[in-house]
Design a protein around this ligand. Structure first.
Ligand code: GLU
Ligand code: MG
Length: 439
C-alpha cells in the first residue's frame, strides 16, 4: 500500500515566467482557501537562472499571502508521476488581504475587468505553444509528418490525455517544422483562465517529458540556428450581449470597428510591450524577419510574418464563423509571464478602444523589401532587436509604464538587467544553452 500523501501546489508565476509555489496535503486544501499560504516579495526578483537579482526593491524582509483561486484547480493523474499533478494558481495579497501591486495574475484580472467596465467587451483567448523534446533519442522523421508525431506516440497521447483530464480542452498536437519540435493547442476560454492554462500546460508537458527522462524545452531558441519556439496568443472580443464582436464582413479584412481599434492600440504600444511578451535575451534571436515569428508593428491578413495575424475564417461545416474569427499575437514566447503578456495586450488594446483609433493598415508583402520611408508611411516599425532595446522602449512609453506600480517596474527592469548582466561575455550559442536548460 502506498504511503504517499497527495499534494496540492498553490502557485504564482513570476517575472521570469517560472511557476513557483508551496505545497499542502490535498485533503487540507479547503482550509487553505481563506488565507492561503505564505509568500515573499523578493521571489519576484528571481532570475531564470535561480539567483535573486540585486539590487532589488525588496531585500530580505517582508511577507505576503498567496491565495489559491478555487475556481482554477487543475488536476490530472496522467503525467506518469507517482502522485497526481494538482496545481492551483493564486493571487498575491498583502497580510491584510489587499491586492499586492506586483501580482501579475491580479494585473490581468484588473485589465480584463477594466476592458469590460469601459467598453462592455470581454476577451476570449488561447495560448498556442511550441516546444522541443530534448534527450529523447527520437528517430529522425520528416518534420510536420504523420511519422514525426507517431515516433513520439506514447508521449503525444499522454499529453492530450493529461491536458484533457486537467480541463484544458486540448485540440490538436502536431510534429512542427523544427527538429524534434511539437505544438499543442487548446480551446479558447476567458482571458484569465487562458493564462492559467498556459502556465499549467507548460508544467504538464514538462512533467510528462521528465517522467520519461526527457526534457521539453519551451525556450524561444534552443540554439541560434534552430527553428524558434513561439507562443502565439489568440484573442477575440465578445460583446456585452454575449455575441462575437471581432468580425464585421464590411470591415478591413473582416475586422469589426472595435477589433480594429484594439489592434491599433496594440501596434501603437508594441515596441514597449515586447519586453513583457518576449522577455529574455534569446527572445530576440527569434524575433527576426523571415522566421515566421514577427519583427514589425504589422497587422497582416493570414500572414505568419505579421505580429498581429488575422486568422483564417472557416465558412463551411455549420459553425458560426464570427465566433471562431480571431487575431493572433505572435511576438510572444514562454520566457514571458502569460498573465503579464496578456495584460499588456489587453491594456494596449483598451487604449486603442478608448481613443477610438482607426484600424491600422492591413499590410501584405515583405516589409524588408520596402524602403524605410515606405515602411514609415505604412506604420511598419521594426520591433526592438535586443532585450536591452525592448527595456528602453518599455521605459520610454509613458502610457505603458502608467499601467504598473513603480515597485513592479523597478523589479521587472532590475531583474531583467541583472539577467542580461549574468550572460555577459557568453556567445549566442551559450546563451541559447542557458535558456534551453531554464525553460
Ligand atoms: N515557430 C514559429 C515561431 O517561432 C511559428 C511557426 C508557426 O507559424 O506555427 O513563432
Ligand atoms: Mg506553430
Amino acid at each position: 500500500m502506498s504511503t504517499d500523501v497527495d499534494l496540492t501546489g498553490i502557485v504564482t508565476t513570476d517575472i521570469a515566467a517560472v511557476t513557483r509555489g508551496r505545497f499542502i496535503a490535498s485533503d487540507t486544501f479547503e482550509k487553505t482557501i481563506a488565507t492561503g499560504v505564505g509568500w515573499l516579495q523578493a521571489n519576484l526578483s528571481l532570475t531564470p537562472f535561480n539567483v535573486i537579482a540585486h539590487p532589488n526593491p525588496w531585500g530580505s524582509s517582508g511577507d505576503l499571502r498567496l491565495l489559491p483561486d478555487p475556481n482554477a484547480r487543475y488536476r490530472t493523474s496522467k503525467t506518469g508521476s507517482q502522485t497526481p499533478f494538482d496545481m492551483v494558481p493564486g493571487n498575491l495579497v498583502e497580510l491584510d488581504g489587499s491586492p499586492w501591486s506586483c501580482c501579475t495574475r491580479t494585473m490581468l484580472a484588473d485589465a480584463l475587468a477594466e476592458l469590460k467596465a469601459k467598453t462592455g467587451l470581454t476577451l476570449v483567448a488561447a495560448f498556442e505553444h511550441e516546444f522541443k523534446l530534448l534527450d529523447a533519442g527520437l528517430p529522425k522523421e520528416h518534420v510536420m509528418s504523420f511519422a514525426g508525431l507517431r515516433r513520439a506516440d506514447g508521449f503525444a497521447s499522454q499529453v492530450m490525455a493529461a491536458l484533457d483530464e486537467a480541463g484544458l480542452n486540448p485540440e490538436v498536437i502536431i510534429s512542427e517544422y523544427g527538429e524534434d519540435q511539437f505544438e499543442v493547442t487548446n480551446a479558447p476560454c476567458d482571458g484569465l483562465a487562458a493564462a492559467d492554462r498556459a502556465a499549467v500546460l507548460r508544467e504538464i508537458v514538462r512533467e510528462i517529458a521528465r517522467t520519461r527522462g526527457w526534457k521539453a524545452s519551451f525556450a524561444p531558441k534552443t540554439s541560434p540556428s534552430s527553428v524558434g519556439n513561439g507562443v502565439h496568443i489568440h484573442f477575440s472580443l465578445v460583446g456585452a450581449d454575449g455575441q462575437p464582436a471581432t468580425y464585421d464582413p464590411s470591415g478591413p479584412a473582416g475586422l469589426s470597428r472595435a477589433a480594429g481599434s484594439f489592434c491599433a492600440g496594440v501596434l501603437r504600444h508594441l515596441p514597449a510591450i515586447t519586453a513583457l511578451t518576449a522577455s529574455s535575451v534569446s527572445s530576440y534571436y527569434r524575433l527576426k524577419p523571415h522566421n515566421w515569428s514577427s519583427s514589425y508593428t504589422w497587422l497582416g491578413d493570414k500572414d505568419r510574418e505579421a505580429t498581429l495575424r488575422i486568422c483564417p475564417m472557416v465558412t463551411f461545416g455549420g459553425k458560426d464563423p464570427a465566433k471562431s474569427f480571431n487575431i493572433e499575437y505572435r511576438a510572444a514566447d514562454a520566457t514571458s509571464n502569460p498573465y503579464l503578456a496578456l495584460a499588456a495586450i489587453v491594456r494596449a488594446g483598451l487604449e486603442g478602444l478608448i481613443a477610438g483609433l482607426p484600424c491600422p493598415q492591413v499590410h501584405s508583402g515583405d516589409p524588408e523589401e520596402l524602403s524605410e520611408e515606405q515602411r514609415v508611411e505604412k506604420g511598419l516599425r521594426r520591433l526592438p532587436e535586443t532585450l536591452a532595446g525592448a527595456l528602453d522602449a518599455l521605459k520610454s512609453d509613458a502610457v505603458v509604464t502608467s499601467w504598473f506600480s513603480e515597485a513592479f517596474l523597478e523589479t521587472f527592469v532590475g531583474m531583467k538587467a541583472f539577467e542580461m548582466a549574468s550572460l555577459d561575455g557568453l556567445d549566442e550559442e551559450a546563451i541559447c544553452a542557458s535558456y534551453r536548460a531554464a525553460y
